[in-house]
Write a protein that binds this ligand. Structure first.
Ligand SMILES: Cc1cc2nc3c(=O)[nH]c(=O)nc-3n(C[C@H](O)[C@H](O)[C@H](O)COP(=O)(O)OP(=O)(O)OC[C@H]3O[C@@H](n4cnc5c(N)ncnc54)[C@H](O)[C@@H]3O)c2cc1C
Length: 356
C-alpha cells in the first residue's frame, strides 16, 4: 500500500479528503490524517467562540470515515524530509510515501516583549477557548484591548461588543484607518458601526511592550483587563523549522504542482504555503483542489499538469455582530445585512457539504 499522510485536518486537508473520498482514492492508497484535535474546527468562527456568541460544538465538524482512512490524534513536533518520517510529541514516528503539510498558522508577535505571555489568541481552538473564558468572566466595565484591526480583530471587537455591551473595548491598530486592505468606504462603514457600539479605535498605535494587564502604546502604559492579539500570523512552528526555502512571511516556496522543490512527494497546503494571495480558508481549499489533481496523476503514473490556472478567489466577507457585515464580492464593496446573510450562508453551506 502507498501511504498518504495528511498533517492537520484544517480547511486544506479537509478538502483533499473530501475530493478523494469515498470513490476517488485508489485501492492501493491508505490515508492517515494527523491532528491534535479529533474533529475539524471551523477556524473562521473562532472570533465568535471567543466572544461567547456561539457554542464550541457549533464549530466542530466530524472527520469523514472510510475503510482506508486512519486517524492519529496527537501533536506533530518534527518532520524529517530525508527520512520521510513525521515525529509526534509522544515519541512515535509515522513514515509516509506522500505527505501534505496543512498545519495552519500561529500568532506572530513581531518581537514585542511580553506579547506571547500576556495576550490571548484566537489562532487555535484551545486558545480561542481560553480567550472565551477570560473575556466572559470579566466583571462589568472591564477594559479589553484588541491589538490589530484586520479582519479577525474587527470581527472579534464587534462580536464582543454585542455579547458584552458592558465592556469597554479598545482596538489598537498601526494604521490611520482600520481594515487598511479594504476600500476606504468599507473602513468608514465599520468605523461608524464601532462608534455606535462604543468601541474605541486607537489609531496609529505602536504596541511596544505587554505586561500582565498592561499594554504599552508608544511606551505609554494602558490598563487592560484582558488583551487579545490579532496583529499578525506566521506559519506553524513545525513548518518554520523545516530546512527548505521560505518567503518573507516564512511560508514554504513551492513548485507549480505545490510540492517542495527538492521533495516531489511533499506538498504544502493553506497558511503554510507561499501563494500569490493572503492566507485564507478559501485559498487553502482552492489550492487543495489542485493538489488532489497532482496526487491522482502521479498515482496513475501520469505527468501532473505543468501549471494550473491562477487561483481566483470569490471575495471576502466580514461580520459586525450577528446582523451587519461588510465585504468585497467581485471587487465590489458591500455593507449592511446582505454580507452578513451571505456569510451565514457560506458557513451553513460549508457545514452541509462536510456532512454536518
Ligand atoms: C478569526 C478568524 C477569522 C477568519 N475568517 C476567515 C474568512 O472569513 N474567510 C477565510 O477564507 N479565511 C478566514 N480566516 C483564515 C482561515 O481560517 C485560515 O486561512 C485557514 O484556516 C487555513 O487553513 P489551513 O488548512 O491552512 O489550516 P487550519 O484550518 O488552521 O488547520 C490547521 C490544522 O492543523 C492542526 N494542527 C496545527 N498544529 C498542529 C500540530 N503541531 N500537530 C497536530 N495538529 C496540528 C490544527 O488543529 C488544525 O486542525 C480566518 C481566521 C481567523 C483566525
Amino acid at each position: 500500500m502507498r501511504h498518504l499522510v495528511l498533517l492537520g485536518g484544517g480547511y486544506g486537508n479537509m478538502r483533499i479528503l473530501h475530493r478523494l473520498l469515498p470513490n476517488s482514492l485508489p485501492e492501493d492508497v491508505h490515508v492517515t490524517l494527523v491532528d491534535r484535535v479529533p474533529y475539524h474546527c471551523l477556524k473562521t468562527e473562532y472570533y465568535a467562540l471567543a466572544a461567547g456568541t456561539i457554542s464550541d460544538h457549533h464549530i466542530r465538524v466530524p472527520f469523514p470515515e472510510h475503510p482506508r482512512l486512519t486517524y492519529l490524534f496527537g501533536e506533530v513536533v518534527h518532520i524529517d524530509l530525508d527520512k520521510q518520517s513525521v515525529q509526534l510529541k509522544d515519541g512515535s514516528n509515522i513514515s509516509y510515501d506522500d505527505l501534505v503539510i496543512g498545519l495552519g498558522c500561529e500568532d506572530k508577535y513581531h518581537g514585542v516583549p511580553g506579547a506571547d505571555m500576556f495576550t490571548h489568541s484566537i489562532q487555535s481552538i484551545e486558545k480561542a477557548r481560553a480567550a472565551y473564558e477570560a473575556l466572559n468572566n470579566l466583571p462589568p466595565g472591564a477594559v479589553v484591548g484588541i491589538v490589530g484591526a484586520g479582519l479577525s480583530g474587527v470581527e472579534l471587537a464587534s462580536e464582543l461588543a454585542e455579547s458584552r455591551p458592558d465592556l469597554h473595548i479598545k482596538l489598537f491598530d498601526r494604521g490611520e484607518r482600520i481594515l487598511p486592505m479594504f476600500p476606504k468606504r468599507l473602513s468608514d462603514y465599520v468605523e461608524s458601526w464601532f462608534a455606535e457600539h462604543d468601541i474605541e479605535i486607537v489609531r496609529c498605535s505602536n504596541v511596544t511592550k505587554v505586561e500582565e494587564h498592561t499594554l504599552y502604546n508608544h511606551d505609554q502604559p494602558i490598563h487592560c483587563d484582558v488583551i487579545v492579539w490579532t496583529a499578525g500570523i506566521q506559519p506553524n512552528r513545525v513548518v518554520r523549522e523545516l530546512p527548505v526555502e521560505k518567503d518573507k512571511q516564512g511560508r514554504i516556496i513551492l513548485t507549480k504542482q505545490h510540492h517542495i522543490p527538492e521533495y516531489e512527494n511533499v506538498y504544502v497546503v493553506g497558511d503554510c504555503a507561499s501563494l500569490p494571495h493572503s492566507p485564507s480558508a478559501q485559498l487553502a481549499e482552492a489550492q487543495a483542489e489542485q493538489i488532489v489533481q497532482v496526487l491522482q496523476k502521479r498515482w496513475n503514473g501520469e505527468e501532473p499538469p505543468s501549471e494550473f490556472p491562477p487561483i481566483k478567489l470569490k471575495g471576502v466577507l466580514g461580520s459586525l455582530g450577528k446582523k451587519h457585515g461588510f465585504g468585497l464580492v467581485a471587487d465590489r464593496p458591500i455593507t449592511g445585512r446582505v454580507p452578513r446573510l451571505l456569510k451565514s450562508g457560506v458557513l451553513w453551506m460549508y457545514k452541509y457539504h462536510n456532512g454536518y
